[in-house]
Design a protein around this ligand. Structure first.
Ligand code: FAD
Ligand code: UDP
Length: 374
């Protein structure tokens, strides 16, 4: 008899949701994490009374009622609605592309006027394509919204974010951004969205209540021991590392955050401001208090914390944020996945173990799915 039913490597949303569901079934779990805190990338730190998202701004959104009810059963969520602003050379535009943006861009007032402008520009793009399908992000964007929006709100931001020219990027990246002929600045199309009241750590703490946890504990530093303590392992770290990088290392894109504390109540008036011109080196500025403080609450807290985000080329040893789903890395991942599929006592789950850009709701859905069949 081993001491635990499950050793869970990683206390991010996958590991902690798994631990919660397993404990409900009477299983004994140990969660270990190599970082100094629990929660993985949704961890936030209290600075000047404000919850600062240490690994990038996180907004929970889903259309799945089951997922929404589940997370709200752990901690209630607030009414935050993401409505980023784009700053292009000092002029502000609403996102995603909607009637407010078209008014700011062209002064058009009605949906039919906006449609006429977009159609005109789309027509120009179609002539350039000469009947061919768009081959890259630039061609796709021009065909979707035309050159004015592409040049002011897409080109610079995208090239900074991905570190490559729009002509060298796949078109699908831009296709998920909504284009709306209504005055609606809600960035997501999902039915539900919000931030846990009191911050994301309350979600992690709620999921891990009653579960044994150890931080500052790297699975690979004592692998043989950790493999001996439980009947099964739930592994949420990097899949290539699990296999000793035997086929080579998977690549990522990373982000560097520059945090600043300001002696004012309100720095930019919104949680997210994107800088869409190429000349400004960061992609966006996050002002964390606006995720949880609304209306007059903003002025009651006399300081504010902002993070400037710099999208950065990844090198081994850096934080691994975004999987690079190009052909080379996808093929490499498939080779590791083949090994993983043959493991009977290890469950590989989450963004690093599945080398997939999952949003938080995808992770919760995935774990609830595993337990709905058992
Ligand atoms: P993680 O949170 O990365 O957890 C993995 C854990 O495993 C980490 O704590 C790590 O320390 C630990 N670990 C790894 N290796 C070992 C080891 N060898 N030993 C011990 N522990 C180990 N999603 C949204 O829905 N909305 C958003 O707005 C959003 N914004 C994002 C912004 C950024 C910058 C990023 C990178 C992601 C964003 N996401 C967002 C996605 C979200 O972060 C993920 O869906 C979710 O956090 C993934 O959870 P996870 O448990 O798979 O991974
Ligand atoms: N995008 C853009 N301008 C913006 C915001 C987004 O051109 O102001 C593009 C960019 O290429 C990005 C894509 O739209 O990669 C998808 O945006 P989203 O915010 O969904 O990206 P995420 O940061 O979640 O990857």
């Amino acid at each position: 008899m081993k001491k635990y039913d499950y050793l869970i490597v990683g206390s991010g949303l996958f590991g902690s949701t798994f631990a919660y569901k397993a404990m409900q079934q009477g299983k004994k779990c140990l969660v270990i994490d190599k970082r100094l805190h629990l929660g993985g990338n949704i961890y936030s730190e209290k600075i000047e009374g404000i919850n600062v998202h240490k690994y990038g701004a996180h907004i929970f959104h889903t259309s799945n009622r089951h997922v929404w009810d589940f997370v709200n059963s752990i901690v209630e969520f607030n009414r935050y609605t993401n409505s980023p602003i784009a700053n292009y050379k000092g002029k502000l535009y609403n996102l995603p592309f909607n009637m407010n943006t078209f008014y700011q861009m062209w002064g058009v007032i009605t949906p039919s006027e906006a449609m006429e402008r977009i159609e005109e520009q789309k027509h120009e793009a179609a002539i350039l394509l000469n009947g061919c399908e768009p081959q890259n992000l630039e061609e796709q964007a021009l065909l979707l919204v035309g050159k004015d929006i592409y040049e002011r709100l897409i080109k610079g931001y995208t090239e900074k974010q991905w570190g490559r020219k729009c002509t060298e990027l796949p078109g699908f990246i831009i296709k998920r951004l909504p284009v709306r002929l209504i005055f609606d600045n809600n960035y997501f199309n999902d039915k539900y969205q919000g931030i846990p009241i009191g911050g994301y750590n309350r979600l992690t703490d709620g999921l891990l209540t009653g579960v044994e946890t150890m931080v500052n504990t790297d699975f690979f530093e004592n692998r043989a021991y950790w493999e001996s303590v439980a009947d099964k392992i739930v592994f949420t770290g990097k899949i290539d590392e699990y296999y000793g990088f035997r086929f080579g290392e998977l690549e990522y894109r990373t982000v560097r955050f520059e945090e600043e504390i300001h002696d004012c109540c309100n720095y930019q008036g919104n949680a997210v401001v994107n800088y869409t011109e190429a000349e400004i080196p960061y992609t966006r500025i996050i002002e964390h208090k606006h995720f949880e403080m609304f209306g007059t609450e903003v002025d009651k807290c006399h300081k504010t914390v902002i993070s400037k985000e710099y999208s950065t080329e990844w090198k081994p040893g850096m934080e691994s944020y975004y999987p690079v789903n190009d052909k080379k890395n996808s093929t490499l991942y498939d080779r590791y996945k083949l090994l993983a599929d043959n493991e009977s006592n290890v469950i590989f789950g989450g963004r690093l173990a599945e080398y997939k850009y999952y949003d938080m709701h995808n992770i919760v859905e995935k774990v609830l799915g595993i337990f709905s069949n058992s």
